[in-house]
Write a protein that binds this ligand. Structure first.
Ligand code: IMP
Length: 182
């Protein structure tokens, strides 16, 4: 599909499933190399990162575990400026090398709050991987992902786990909101 309609808005294809797989594999190889000899704990931020986390984790060759949290700071296409922790972390992360898996870093607000909490819980190290990164939208620099799949302009995207009001997560490719000029 070259374009999709969700809630009356048109989104055009931005990345194919094949291109996504290439990007994910590259990130995984960097993590495999940087964490050689270590046993990092991956924390997948639900819901958006579930597809990226699944694909990434399959490419991780390290001895490592994965756990899941739900945080929410978004409604519709504009940030609400609020971080809600919907399901808290149940694993003891004291002394662990943590890698947080996100779908997209926009303002960085969600990760700014979460990374701080992980450090307070006694993690040995905390790094961030995000499938997508919107550098021009970033407001919290501590949320800059060390392992970013792809930098994109400040536009709304959906598919590959990312939603628009809970729709579009199932699309295997990534789509970008068509602007009024195009
Ligand atoms: P931040 O806290 O502003 O960095 O927002 C991060 C969260 O907002 C992500 O985990 C997504 O759930 C959501 N988000 C940001 N940009 C987009 C987008 O373009 N499409 C879908 N969700 C987005």
């Amino acid at each position: 599909m070259q374009s999709v309609e969700v809630n009356g808005l048109i989104f055009d294809k931005y990345l194919s499933a094949e291109k996504i797989a290439e990007i994910v594999d590259k990130v995984a190889q960097r993590i495999n190399s940087d964490y050689a000899g270590k046993e990092p704990l991956f924390i997948c931020v639900l819901n958006g990162a579930f597809m990226y986390a699944s694909d990434l984790f399959k490419c991780i060759t390290l001895s490592s575990a994965i756990t899941f949290v739900r945080l929410k700071s978004y409604e519709g296409t504009a940030t609400t400026g609020e971080v809600k922790i919907l399901t808290p972390l149940t694993v003891d992360i004291k002394g662990r090398d943590v890698i947080v898996i996100e779908d997209i870093i926009d303002t960085g607000l969600t990760m700014h709050g979460f990374i701080q909490q992980l450090k307070e819980m006694g993690a040995n190290s905390v790094e961030l991987t995000s499938f997508l990164f919107k550098p021009e939208a970033l407001k919290y620099t501590d949320a800059t992902p060390k392992y970013a799949g792809l930098e994109i302009p400040t536009k709304f995207v959906l598919g590959y786990g990312l939603d628009f009001d809970e729709k579009g997560r199932n699309l295997p490719a990534l789509y970008v909101l068509r602007s009024s000029e195009s």
